[in-house]
Design a protein around this ligand. Structure first.
Ligand code: DOR
Length: 440
């Protein structure tokens, strides 16, 4: 008697660690139970994936979903819906909410809220403070914790640990990866008055390359001293790359689709403060250096730093305008367009958005299409030509920096642990996301 599957996805081109193959995917109890020819196997549900590529679920490892606190910009429900519509099956969420996620109680609140409202699977960073530094080793064992977030330079919210002695206390407590917002706070403070009265074009000059390089050099040294795994978030400069390469045994890093796609000054001419984020979008020299890190294999992960602010907030004159832009929904079409343009392979995309996150953060049962792994699937049409619009964007902020972007390659369905949550641009079913599990 043949096995009865809960779901069989048939006819698609499946991207496995061994390469692309015409395989059907059989799912039982949320996990991949078989990869093979399953046309005759009994199944409760069948999904015709003909013409589509079936990728391991895309995980966005840097999102700000604003809950609790400024939920007029986003919440875990709207942010995760945006993720599902964009083909993203899981997200890691940042602690700079109000209040910050810096205690076991606040973490548990978020996990429960996400269990109730998230469309996709989730994990949370714990925010490091100079007060909780010694407790991080215990706190990081909480349910759904992907790692520690350390703001070395200030951005949105109040989290900041800028003194090297305090940063070392953070690196010395616990084992999970410490993800750093790496900009040198002293240099940020010192240089801000130099740009008074200027426009957003000065954003990358104020928060300049030296700000990032100085901070990254310092945190790499502290991480080495504490022998702690460190992850440098949204790397934006050519100057940080040799430092990261020299410390590859301990340090991983991320960049964003925005930093690979947009460049100064054009993005500020066209988008004004909508292009303002921290660390900034810089000129084409830096963008090219980041692409080289994609090509060479140096870059570990791509994440979006999805950081929505309303149009009204963004309309304040720089630098009162808040930094950040949405991104979780546009990650897949923007990057598949780069795949179509020959800038990276589909396999490298999978490595950066699924296998990479699983490898770095010790995610259990995620990051590859293999028997026994969670049936998290991002189904894409590599040849679909569509235009990204504000109207398509589900983020509560109601806009995207990619409005008008002509994409080649589009997410057609999102499957989380065998449940179809998005198909042909519409959400399906109800939110049933679960906390992701990590190796201790
Ligand atoms: O531009 C940014 N906005 N960078 C960050 O690191 C924080 C984020 C936010 O929360 O708005």
């Amino acid at each position: 008697m043949s096995t009865a599957y809960d779901l069989v996805l048939h006819g698609g081109t499946v991207v496995t660690p061994a390469g692309r193959a015409q395989l059907d995917v059989g799912v039982i109890a949320g996990r991949i139970a078989a990869l093979g020819q399953l046309s005759k196997a009994p199944a409760a549900e069948r999904f015709d994936a003909t013409g589509l590529h079936v990728l391991p679920g895309v995980i966005d490892t840097q999102c700000h979903f604003r809950e609790p606190g400024p939920t007029h910009k986003e919440d875990l429900g709207s942010g995760s819906a945006s993720a599902a519509l964009g083909g993203v099956t899981g997200f890691f969420e940042m602690p700079n909410t109000t209040p910050s996620t810096d205690s076991a109680e606040r973490l548990a609140w978020k996990v429960q809220r996400a269990r109730d409202t998230s469309w996709v699977d989730f994990a949370f960073y714990l925010g490091a403070t100079s007060e909780n530094a010694e407790q991080l080793a215990v706190l990081e064992q909480g349910e759904g914790v992907c790692g520690i977030k350390l703001f070395c330079g200030s951005s949105t919210g109040t989290l900041l640990v800028d003194k090297p002695a305090d940063q070392l206390r953070v690196f010395s407590s616990g084992r999970k990866r410490v993800a750093c917002h790496s900009e040198d706070e002293a240099r940020l403070k010192e240089r801000k008055p130099l740009f008074e009265g200027q426009s957003v074009h000065a954003h990358p000059q104020w928060r300049d390359e030296e700000c990032a390089v100085k901070s990254t050099a310092s945190i790499l040294q502290l991480a080495r001293q504490a022998n702690r795994k460190v992850h440098v978030l949204h790397v934006t400069t050519a100057g940080e790359l040799p430092l990261l390469e020299a410390n590859k045994d301990l340090a991983s890093f991320e960049t964003t689709p925005q930093h690979l796609t947009l460049a100064a000054p054009e993005c500020y001419d066209r988008l004004g403060t909508l292009a303002q984020m921290n660390p900034p979008i810089r000129d084409a020299r830096h963008r090219e250096a980041l692409w080289e890190a994609v090509r060479s294999g140096l870059l570990d992960v791509l994440a979006t730093d999805h950081a929505p602010h309303t149009l009204e907030e963004k309309a304040r004159p720089w630098p009162q305008s808040p930094s950040g832009m949405p991104g979780v929904q546009t990650l897949v079409p923007v990057m598949l367009t780069h795949v179509s343009d020959g800038k990276l392979t589909l396999e490298r995309f999978v490595d950066l958005t699924s296998a990479g996150p699983a490898r770095l953060f010790g995610l259990r049962r995620k990051g590859r299409l293999a028997v026994g792994f969670d049936a998290d699937l991002t189904l894409v049409d590599l040849s679909a030509r569509r235009t990204i619009t504000n109207a398509w964007s589900k983020s509560r902020c109601g806009w995207t920096p990619f409005d008008g972007f002509a994409a080649t390659g589009w997410p057609m369905a999102t499957v989380v642990r065998g449940r179809v949550v998005m198909r042909d641009g519409a959400l399906v079913g109800a939110p049933a996301g679960l906390p992701m599990a990590f190796d201790p």
